[in-house]
Every structure is written in C-alpha cells, then in structure tokens.
Design a protein around this ligand. Structure first.
Ligand SMILES: Nc1ncnc2c1ncn2[C@@H]1O[C@H](COP(=O)(O)OP(=O)(O)OP(=O)(O)O)[C@@H](O)[C@H]1O
Ligand SMILES: [Mg+2]
Length: 447
C-alpha cells in the first residue's frame, strides 16, 4: 500500500497547530482533510472514507471520548490518534481503552506525529493482509494469534481448513505455545461458534470427580450425589469440547472417553440411560503421548481417535521470527493499560536479549516479561532495565555490540529449520554442513 493512499482526518480548533500538522502530513504523502470542530468532522466522515482520524481531545460540544463513540458507529474502520493536553491525559488513556490507537501529548514534535501515523499504517497493513495473525472473535472479544514463521502460517491455514469439519484435533506443544488459543480459533471458525466452548483441565480433579464432572451422575450414585447432575460433555452439546492436558487422564476414563467419541453418546455415573451428544472434540497436551503409549499409560486407540488432525505448535525458540511481532503485539496491548506515556520502541540491547533468550515458558513467558517491563519502564523506550535479571547477560555490553557468534548461529539455524519445515537434509544443504553436525547443533542449542 502506498502511503499516499492513506486518508487522514484532522480535527483541531487551534489554527496554527492544525495547519502545521496538515502541511507535515501532506508533505509525507498522506491525503489530509482538516476541520475545526467535531461537527464538521462528522460531516467529512459521512462523505469520505478515512483511514485515520487525528483529533484534539478537548473540543467544544463534544470531548474526545464522546467523539470516539460516534466515530465507532459512523466509521468503525477509522483508527484514532488523540491529541491531548497534560490535564486530559487520563481521558486520552480512557479513549485508548475504547479503541483509540494512541495519543500525543502537547506540545509534540513533528516526528512524533509522523511516527505514530506510520505505526497505524503498519498495523493496518498487517491487519488487512491477515498475513501475520489469525484473528477471530471469542466470547465477544477479538483475539489475535500472532506469527509469521512458516510453521505458524501453516497452523493458521490448517485451523481454517479443519474448523468447518467435525474432525477431532490433537494439539501438541510445550507449555505457553498457544494450544488453547488455537483450539478457540478452530471453534470460532466453525459453525459451532455460537454454541458452547467447554475447556476442561484433565489434571485438575481426582479420577472419580473428573468422571462425574465429565459425564454427570444420577442422584444417589455415590455419597454426596444428592442431585442428578449434567456432565460437561452433555452441556457442551452442539459445541466444542476441549480436553486440556489429555495426557493426565487415567486409563479407566480414557476408555469411557473413547466410547463417548465412537458412539456419540454418554452414560451418567450410576445411570443406565444413554444420552446422545453432538460435540466436536479438541485435545491438547504438552506431554509426549507416543512415549506414554509405549509405557502403557495411554491407550493407542484413543490416541488415533484424537489425532485425526494433529497440530504441533513449535516452541518459541524454534521460531525467532515471531518474537519481534509478538513484542509489538504485547507492547501495544499493555500500552493501553499504562497510565504513563506509551512505549514506542525497544532498545537494541533489549531486543537482542529478547531474541536470544531460550523462552522455556514460550509465548506466555514473553507476554509476562513485556507486561512487567511496561510497568517498570518510566520512559517510552523499553530497555534492558525493564527485563528480568536472568535474561540479561552479566557483563556490561557496549551499547552497539551485536549478538555473539553462537547466538547468531543459533538464530540462523532456527530460521532455516523453520523455513524447511524442520527437514534436516534440506536444512543441512542450505547451511552447507552435514546432517550429523546439524543434529549436534540442534542438540547444543536445544532447538
Ligand atoms: N501466537 C500468539 N499470539 C498472541 N498471543 C499468544 C500466542 N501464543 C500464545 N499467546 C498467549 O500466551 C498465553 C498462553 O497461551 P495458551 O494458554 O493458548 O497456551 P497453552 O499452549 O495452552 O499453554 P499451557 O500448556 O501452559 O496451557 C495466552 O495468554 C495467549 O494469549
Ligand atoms: Mg493451555
């Protein structure tokens, strides 16, 4: 998208400021229409399609929050940048909660305005192509799964493809890689989207309780069963049922789940009637199920039933390409909660630390690290001061030292593995090393 196709509405009653911004934006190649007050703004909004509205918070008749509300009705696709005086900063933050993209505090430098506009444009491009995220509505909220690595791109495609079917899906991956998010996306893209999505952590209850939770029980079937109870599988009828941590289920309950999937019916604990159920099953695990099968802890037949469509989420360290995007995503999310000025960039040293860390807790850990940094950081740049100590190397690095050779090698190998779908022969050929050396390096760097 050429920048000149971006259309901006500018509302401010301060003539000097308005003309200044108008010239600046027009000079940068944007198409700009400007006006003095929200009423004129509304008229222009009705007659034009704006990508961005830059508007003063404090205006006669209508303040920025009220303006946001009207704009969201009139032109929901327009992104808002709020201009605010110091006194109304809290309100501008409130406007961001309502969906404004960012705010600028007066007096601001021309560069700040251009930079903010550029970020909106960037965000819109990503959103438009849908390339680097999987976006869906769940529970009335918009969720975004971020990823441009080949592995994640393929997962986005598969999720779309399997969603309309009733096939069971088995999602594997380390803790925090986004298994539950993918399960929700599949539900959201399916015809079951307006029906329940039930998630059950299979390790959270002792066997008997788990069984009665899942299948329900009839009155008097055991001590304490004073009422007949519907099981969650029954309550999820016509919806999607997500078995989280399926590897924690006992062999006894595994048999019952297998029967429920095969027969499409269940029996309450202590009951004799069978109840028809129509649920789509998605399961997830961070354990090695094949190993559990070998050890006799998991039924092979259930495994085959569940893994009709297998989806493996790679660990974050295996897809370093996704890290900068995820940082952007979480930074803008926590900016909205921040009572201070939003974080606008990440220092080189902090980016290096974030890119080379091994992320044992995967995306969840990255999310927590960014949230913490957004709290600690006083300024608008995220620096290593905001990162947990164990992520930052002890020795003081000169500010423009790049990463070490080993770190570079590791990141490069991870990228090549990702681009070949972890095809070892192909990766070894690209890297011009033999397969054994590649295996050694994969082990060494825990890729
Ligand atoms: N690709 C992604 N883009 C954006 N957010 C993500 C992504 N992957 C994970 N997250 C976020 O990370 C957190 C963990 O995701 P999720 O609960 O889906 O992981 P999980 O694999 O089910 O983890 P666990 O095995 O620990 O249950 C969530 O808060 C989610 O919002
Ligand atoms: Mg989970």
């Amino acid at each position: 998208m050429a920048e000149s196709t971006i259309k901006i509405l500018l509302i401010d009653d301060d003539y000097v400021l308005r003309k200044g911004c108008e010239n600046l934006l027009a000079g940068a190649g944007y198409e700009v229409l400007s006006c003095r007050n929200p009423e004129e703004g509304m008229r222009l909004l009705r007659e034009n399609d704006f990508d961005i509205a830059v508007t003063d918070y404090q205006m006669p008749v209508m303040n920025g929050i009220e303006f946001m509300r009207v704009l969201q009705r009139l032109s929901p696709q327009t992104d808002v940048i709020m201009i605010t005086a110091y006194a109304t900063i809290e309100m501008a933050v409130e406007a961001m909660r309502l969906g404004a993209f960012d705010y600028l505090q007066k007096p601001f430098q021309p560069d700040q305005l251009l930079e903010t506009v550029r970020r909106v444009v960037q965000k819109r491009q990503v959103g438009k192509s849908g390339d680097h995220e999987l976006k869906f509505d769940f529970d009335g909220k918009t969720m975004r799964i971020i990823g441009k690595s080949k592995a994640m791109q393929q997962i986005f495609q598969i999720s779309h493809k399997v969603a309309p079917t009733n096939s069971t899906v088995l999602i594997t991956g380390e803790s925090g890689t986004g298994k539950e998010m993918i399960a929700r996306a599949i539900h959201a893209f399916s015809h079951r989207k307006d029906k329940p999505f039930f998630a059950m952590d299979c390790g959270s209850l002792v066997e008997t309780l788990f069984e009665s939770e899942l299948f329900g029980h009839v009155k008097g079937s055991f001590t304490g069963a004073s009422e007949t109870k519907h099981g969650t599988l029954e309550l999820a009828d016509q919806g999607t049922f997500f078995f989280d941590e399926i590897g924690n289920i006992s062999l006894n309950v595994q048999a019952k789940i297998l029967r429920a999937i095969q027969e499409k019916e269940i029996r309450r604990v202590g009951g004799t009637d069978t109840i028809r159920i129509d649920v789509r099953i998605i399961a997830a695990t961070n354990q090695n199920i094949e190993e559990a099968i070998q050890n006799g802890q998991f039924r092979e037949d259930l495994y085959y039933r569940l893994s009709v469509i297998p989806i493996h989420l790679p660990a974050l360290r295996e897809r370093p390409k996704d890290i900068p995007l995820l940082i952007d995503h979480f930074v803008s999310r926590y900016n909205q909660k921040r009572q201070k000025k939003p974080i606008k960039n990440v220092s080189e040293a902090a980016m290096n630390a974030l890119l080379t860390y091994s992320w044992p807790g995967n995306v969840r850990e990255l999310q927590n690290v960014i949230e913490r940094a957004a709290v600690i950081e006083e300024g608008t740049t995220l620096t290593i001061k905001g990162l947990p100590e164990h992520m930052v190397q002890k020795e003081e690095k000169p500010s423009h030292t790049m990463i070490s050779m080993a770190e570079m090698e590791k990141a490069h190998i991870a990228n090549v593995l990702d681009s070949t779908n972890r095809n070892i022969s192909q990766s070894a050929k690209i890297l011009k090393i033999d397969r054994k050396t590649l295996y050694d390096k994969i082990r060494k760097y825990k890729l």
